[in-house]
Design a protein around this ligand. Structure first.
Ligand SMILES: [Zn+2]
Length: 378
């Protein structure tokens, strides 16, 4: 659909929203089958919906090399992370079926190229480390040695983990247009929303028309809070503390790569495809362990010309309740120190919740804390 209102939204990356859904081919049973990993399956579904526009399939060598070296596709468009399909051997035919881990075929790939790649180099460039203690690097080292490139046609979409939260980029764009929104800020999270995140999403919302809370529900490390618990926590927070007509909550179907700065760029570009003109980047975005500096994910945006990405990053500090200010604040806006600032580490919060105790109300809304306590006890 293309109404006057929708044209007010930011254009997809590269200009057009890609749609790689299509019909199940008649000769499907004759095709060689490639089984995808959870990360590849997540990428496949995002290729289908246009979330990875302008990509139409898994990357070929030229795009891959340029992305790894220069943060750009071969055509010069900014892009931050490889979207590749690893295979042990080149297929014999010119088309293959792509299947889930149960062997159920979902898509067809028109083979364009099979190429070898240097895992250590990809690790060093994309993750800034070659240590396999890094979960993204470990996954990269564990995958097969060649990349299979080609356009995909997805004839069967995967069952989303939270169907009630599933919205494709075309859906959110239609919804934003219906509400008359022009500027929309996207918020990526893989954690429950504490007061600090509530504060920064609301600060951002003060300056735009709408907020897309877009929690990542794809594959994460096993010690992240389970997606079902987070989703329930978002629901109670939204019900109690956000105006319903200014906020959309939907699931971001990507798998975590833990690539820190590069993933922040990638996340911003994906959200542009969902219709976001702005994207919140906090400290330590998409990081893991101590592989990235607190501000690396913000500084990497300076590697592009102003407005080159289209989507505008909004940078935030860690925030807290300040007793002296009597409000939420950050080191940017509050001159006080020490005990005036209500701040708990992740470990402290987990200890309280495990004991069934509510963290201070200035730190976590009680309704959210209750959801987390119930989950810890269950
Ligand atoms: Zn203060």
């Amino acid at each position: 659909m293309s109404t006057a209102t929708e044209s007010q939204l930011i254009a997809p990356h590269g200009g057009e929203l890609v749609d790689r859904t299509g019909d199940r081919p008649d000769d499907l049973d004759t095709l060689e089958v490639v089984r995808l990993t959870p990360r590849e399956l997540a990428d496949l579904d995002m290729l289908a919906s246009g979330a990875l526009s302008p990509l139409t399939g898994f990357m070929g060598r030229e795009d891959y090399e340029q992305v790894v070296d220069e943060l750009r596709l071969a055509n010069g468009l900014p892009w931050a992370l490889p979207v590749c399909l690893a295979v042990a051997e080149a297929p014999s035919g010119d088309r293959v079926a792509l299947a889930d881990d149960a062997g159920e075929p979902l898509a067809v790939l028109d083979v364009e190229e099979v190429f070898s790649y240097d895992k250590e180099r990809e690790a060093e460039r994309c993750f800034r480390t070659t240590e396999d203690a890094h979960p993204g690097v470990a996954r990269l080292y564990a995958q097969a040695d060649r990349y299979l490139a080609g356009t995909v046609t997805v004839f069967r979409r995967q069952e989303p983990p939270f169907p009630e939260l599933h919205l494709d980029p075309a859906d959110t764009r239609a919804l934003f247009a219906e509400r008359g929104w022009k500027r929309v800020v996207g918020f990526q999270t893989r954690n429950p929303i504490h007061r600090a995140h509530e504060y920064l999403t609301k600060c951002a919302l003060e300056t735009v028309d709408g907020l897309l809370i877009h929690p990542l529900v794809g594959e994460t490390k096993s010690d992240d809070v389970p997606a079902a618990v987070r989703v329930e926590a978002y629901r109670v927070l939204l019900d109690g503390y956000y105006p319903q007509d200014r906020v959309v909550v939907s699931a971001f179907p990507a798998a975590m790569r833990y690539a820190g700065p590069r993933e922040a760029i990638w996340h911003a570009i994906c959200r542009k495809n969902w219709g976001c003109s702005h994207f919140i980047v906090g400290r330590d975005h998409a990081g893991v362990g101590s592989y990235y500096g607190s501000y690396d994910a913000q500084m990497i945006f300076d590697e592009f010309e102003p407005h080159e990405l289209g989507v505008e990053p909004m940078f935030f500090e860690h925030s807290f309740w300040c007793k002296a200010c009597g409000q939420m604040a950050s080191p940017k806006t509050c001159p006080h120190e020490g005990d005036d600032r209500v701040f708990l580490s992740g470990t402290q919060v987990r200890e309280l919740l495990a004991k069934g105790e509510l963290p201070p109300e200035e730190f976590t809304r009680p309704e959210v804390a209750q959801v987390l306590i119930d989950a810890y006890r269950g």
